[in-house]
Ligand binder design. Structure first.
Ligand code: IMP
Ligand code: MG
Length: 207
């Protein structure tokens, strides 16, 4: 008789025990813990504060992934500034052409002549960001730069270089600290690697 195939080894032990079981089952390991995230964001905020001290910039973010990063970056940047958000819905990858992003909530603030810092959670292919930067540039801001928490340059289709960057990411799907998989995991205060195989077979939320 052949012995049963042993279960796939997991390294879930780096996921804090306080994380709910429904999440733990679908996570592989902690990639960046809370302390490292916060230390890096503090440093980014200090650099931005130096560069924008007299510029009264507008921080622009896209909901919802950037929620945590925006909140922490704002608090790490002690200068006069304004903040605004956009919301988008992306069309399917098949229809990824010039107009593949639909704006569902536009900015409230007029950015003409303002110094705009686009705050982004993660730059992957760069398609979304590339489209949005073109749109914002057409509104004649005084300057337009990008602060990204994560960059995954291996998948880039559009050349975009963030002026301020938190971390480079390997080619793994990550969740937590605002980033989701099917709308779950955003509320984790750290960033973890999703167990793709487990996540394909099981959902946190059935619908
Ligand atoms: P892209 O740069 O246009 O390909 O899209 C980037 C967007 O895809 C990000 O703003 C995220 O919403 C999402 N995204 C890309 N990679 C990940 C990931 O590893 N986890 C969660 N969301 C991701
Ligand atoms: Mg996003």
């Amino acid at each position: 008789m052949t012995s049963p195939i042993p279960p796939r080894p997991t390294i879930r032990k780096t996921i804090p025990e306080t994380v709910p079981e429904a999440y733990r089952q679908l996570l592989s390991y902690t990639l960046i813990d809370e302390g490292r995230l916060q230390a890096r964001i503090q440093a980014m905020g200090q650099a931005i504060a130096r560069d924008y001290a007299d510029k009264d910039p507008v921080f622009v973010g896209v909901l919802k992934g950037v929620l945590f990063f925006m909140a922490d970056l704002l608090r790490a940047t002690p200068i006069p500034l304004a903040v605004d958000f956009m919301a988008i819905s992306s069309y399917s990858p098949e229809s990824r052409d010039e107009g593949f992003v639909r704006i569902t909530k536009d900015l409230d603030i007029c950015i003409r002549g303002r110094h705009v810092l686009f705050v982004e959670d993660i730059i992957d292919t760069g398609l979304t960001l590339g489209y949005l930067l073109k749109l914002l540039a057409s509104r004649a801001p005084a300057s337009l730069e990008v602060a990204a928490l994560f960059d995954r340059p291996s998948r880039r289709l559009i050349p975009i270089q963030p002026k301020y960057l938190g971390f480079h990411l390997p080619d793994l799907f990550v969740v937590g600290y605002g980033l989701d998989h099917r709308e779950a995991f955003r509320n984790l205060p750290f960033v973890a690697v999703l167990d793709m195989e487990a996540a394909q077979n099981k959902r946190v939320h059935p619908k």
